[in-house]
Design a protein around this ligand. Sequence first.
Ligand SMILES: [Zn+2]
Length: 213
Amino acid sequence: MTIIRNFDEKCSVCGKSSPQPVLTSTNSFGYPDLDFRPPEMQRSTMNTWIHECPHCGYVAGNLEEDADFPDDFLKSDEYLSCEGNDFKSDLSKLFYRSYLISRHKGDVMMCFLSLRNCAWKCDDYEDENALSIRRLALPYLDELIKTADEDKNSLLLIKAYFLRRIGEFEKLLREYEGLTIDDEVMNSVILFQLERAREGDTECYTVEDVVEK
Ligand SMILES: [Zn+2]
């Protein structure tokens, strides 16, 4: 069962406090999507992953985290308009702003995670921005793959999923045909992605679709 409670957080930018939703317990049943998006009930807890200060507009996983950007950044058009992206969901906007802050900090992992989360919320709202957001996330993902150690295989799987969802079938086939990794389920996922790519399929699938095939 999911339990969300509000706790006061003091914003590290403006110094004011506000109640913010914190996940104190959840669970998940079933299989994740092929990019590891968790099943329910965890799937519906994304509103606790990002907090927005109602006083100054700062966003972070925890508003008490240090912010490091110019004073006027939160009032900039770039930040407020999400660089002109018209998202259908408020959470997509917050995750995009988190991406902008992470980009300022040069935090590649947070840039990628913020865009991934933004795209997930776009999917939930059938927001076509999911396509451009996943495209924008790819260079960050490539950068992470280059320097990854033990998460490299998971990142490769996420990249395969992203390429197929944005319709980059040729690139997916070129980069992943003949690639084998030292994990049976992960290899099955790659083969599944290649098969779907050959059919020009951009739909969402879960690990269940692979293991029950
Ligand atoms: Zn604030």
